[in-house]
Design a protein around this ligand. Structure first.
Ligand SMILES: Cc1ncc(COP(=O)(O)O)c(C=O)c1O
Length: 419
């Protein structure tokens, strides 16, 4: 008899997702084809190594799967090498450090409380413990301060600069970031985890040909399974050879950092699901999807600005909004809880120069990728902005929040999860 407990919980989670509005900007809803590949027999197979160079027999099928995933990733992001084996974004970033610098070397990344990721040098993360991490920030206006960054790079001379973010609503100027890295001869890494779907759709400039290494998770705007791609250019990888840290050797450095450096057997079911997601992302309809994510985020932003909300940087260029709630006299934690009761899932988030503690910061972060997958457009954003505003204005009124929740439950019936 099947495990009644876990399958019941899975059903409950599907109900939770379908009856509510998922507005955490790093989340999305995958297609049923991606789910099918992810739940396939490929999970049973061991295949340490790379296609054609495995430590296990019986890899002739999974070799083809991984080759297809790599080829699709290379084509979509316009690079000549792709590693698709990292289990997720954090180990992918760990592999990049491992490939490019030594423990104790100086590295530079965007501060966690300014929108950077844990792996960009936070003191309590491996990246801040194993490496000598200095952190850059945004200006008071919430925009990246490229001038201050350049000064810091010249002073500190890091060997590697991580760029990209987990909570930044504006465009990254890759060329400017390249110039900053060149001031001190640092490797430039572009972590496009949040925006890779928008890079594919052309709604955000691509760092391809500018950054030395590009990393993206596959489960955010790219709408695949959990996983990551590490992308670069250079000579064909020769994973079994020790090599010097040169640009030409980047493919080999990255592949060796993943295995034997960091991981064992690749998750072949995950690789297959990534390949399916990349196939979907190569279709013209995905471009439309990316455009709509941004249109929806901008519409939501304008609605909330009209209602007196203080958006960090005054708006958005991408899929996410960072709202400073100080003027609304509600904390990020209270807002997350109230919106949750209404059926709107968001996360509390620090805002630049936040005066409040990280576990109860002044802001929330929300985004449109998952709603857009369900087919919602600008007119739905108008309605959702009203619900957000009403929930926050009545955050102590459980009856009001329950009423909004039942309205949302009706509303989403027209926008099912992908089937
Ligand atoms: C910019 C960025 N890099 C890396 C990661 C890490 O990805 P994962 O959660 O898959 O380890 C995230 C996840 O939120 C992210 O936003």
């Amino acid at each position: 008899m099947a495990d009644q407990v876990i399958f019941k919980l899975i059903e409950e989670e599907i109900k939770r997702q379908s009856e509510g509005l998922e507005m955490i900007p790093s989340e999305n809803h995958t297609s049923s084809e991606v789910l099918k590949a992810l739940g396939s027999r490929l999970t049973d197979k061991y295949s340490e190594g790379y296609p054609g160079k495995r430590y296990y027999g019986g890899c002739e099928i999974v070799d083809q799967v991984e080759d297809i995933a790599r080829d699709r990733a290379k084509k979509l992001f316009d690079v000549n090498h792709a590693n698709v084996q990292a289990y997720s974004g954090s180990p992918a970033n760990q592999a990049i450090y491992f490939a490019l610098v030594n423990p104790g070397d100086k590295v530079m990344g965007l501060g966690y409380y300014f929108g950077g990721h844990l792996t960009h040098g936070l003191k309590v993360n491996f990246s801040g413990k194993l490496y000598n991490a200095v952190q850059y920030t945004t200006g008071q206006d919430g925009y990246l301060d490229y001038q201050a960054m350049a000064k810091l790079a010249e002073k500190e001379k890091p060997k590697l600069i991580f760029t990209g973010a987990t909570a930044y609503p504006r465009i990254f100027d890759w060329q400017k970031l390249r110039e900053i890295a060149d001031l001190c001869g640092a490797w430039l890494v572009a972590d496009i985890s949040h925006i890779s779907g928008l890079v594919v759709s052309g709604d955000h400039p691509s760092p391809s040909g500018i950054a030395d290494v590009i990393m993206t998770t596959t489960h955010k705007t790219l709408r695949g399974p959990r996983g990551a791609l590490i992308l670069c250019n250079g000579k064909p990888s020769t994973p079994l050879k020790a090599v010097e840290r040169t640009k030409d050797n980047l493919p080999t450095l990255i592949d060796r950092a993943i295995i034997p450096g960091l991981q064992g057997g690749p998750h072949n079911h995950q690789t297959a699901a990534i390949a399916v997601a990349l196939y979907e992302a190569s279709k013209p309809s995905f471009k439309e999807y990316g455009h709509q994510i941004v249109k929806n985020a901008k519409r939501l932003a304008n609605n909330l600005l009209d209602k007196g909300y203080d958006l960090v940087t005054g708006g958005t260029d991408n899929h996410l909004l960072l709202i400073n709630l100080e003027n609304k006299k509600i904390t990020g934690k209270e807002a997350e809880i109230a919106l949750g009761k209404s059926g709107i899932t968001v996360n509390k988030n620090a805002i630049p120069y936040d005066k409040r503690p990280p576990f109860d910061p002044s802001g929330i972060r929300l985004g449109t990728p998952a709603l857009t997958t369900r087919g919602m457009k600008e007119s739905q954003m108008d309605i959702i902005a009203d619900w957000i505003d009403q929930s926050l204005a009545n955050y102590r009124d459980d009856k009001k929040l329950a009423k909004i929740r039942s309205e949302i439950r009706e509303f989403v019936k027209d926008f099912p999860l992908p089937s």
